[in-house]
Design a protein around this ligand. Structure first.
Ligand SMILES: [Zn+2]
Length: 235
């Protein structure tokens, strides 16, 4: 596993020279995840997935970007940066990677609200560098069968598998979207992306009460396997 922050400059320079290198940038968030999970949940999960992915590849793992776009969690705790700031930051980082002769970049996203900032980055980088820099963006939940949630079964199970900071006794059922029609689901999803708490009153989307370590481990390995298939394609 190549973890960039741990390496010296001579070691990195040597690595970059030997073959075409792929940088992996995990992007998370700091935001409320109900009463039972830490605010770093998205960052923790995406860091773990990125670590596992880089253990199975020779991707160069970069430090996680811990802050994202989480304004929708106001008035609960969230440390947020505007969409345009996150986009600019990542474009600048990709540009810097390219100056270091790393022209293949994977952005691994762990927070729903970051998606609008990230989705155009491949095209923007392609344009700025005239095709020299290739960026792929993946949101981890697109690589699992279960539905994405927020502090619900999926996130809580994954956290149980990777963290000691889950307070299961405080876990409570949250908003359940399954009982609504497709049309209503679309409307509720839109509303939640503006004000999460207006829809999920206790800050939880889904049901964390039946989450287990075993499910967390299974979901994690499913995501990593599927990401491996996908992320190897362009390289
Ligand atoms: Zn989350």
């Amino acid at each position: 596993m190549i973890e960039v922050k741990d390496l010296s400059d001579p070691a990195l320079s040597k690595l970059i020279k030997t073959k075409r290198r792929v940088a992996l940038i995990p992007v998370g968030s700091i935001e409320q995840h109900g009463p039972h999970l830490p605010v770093s949940t998205d960052s923790d999960i995406v860091s773990e997935i990125a670590k596992r992915l880089s253990e199975k590849t020779d991707f160069m793992l970069l430090p996680t970007i811990n802050y994202g776009v989480s304004f929708e969690h106001h008035p609960r705790f969230n440390l947020s940066i505007p969409k345009s700031t996150l986009r600019k930051f990542i474009i600048d980082l990709c540009t810097s990677l390219s100056k270091n002769r790393i022209n293949h970049i994977i952005i691994l996203n762990g927070h729903h609200g970051n998606q609008p900032s990230l989705k155009n980055i491949p095209e923007i980088m392609n344009k700025i560098t005239r095709g020299k820099v290739q960026v792929s963006v993946f949101s981890y939940w697109h690589f699992m069968k279960r539905k994405f949630d927020h502090a619900g079964f999926v996130e809580t199970s994954i956290m149980l598998a990777i963290s000691k900071r889950v307070a299961m006794k405080k876990a409570r059922k949250g908003f359940n979207i399954d009982k609504y029609s497709e049309k209503q689901k679309n409307r509720l999803n839109k509303l939640a992306s503006r004000s999460f708490l207006a829809i999920a009153k206790n800050g939880v989307w889904g049901d964390p009460t039946k989450a287990t370590v075993k499910d967390g481990k299974m979901i994690l390995s499913e995501i990593v396997q599927n990401l491996l298939k996908e992320s190897n394609l362009p390289y």
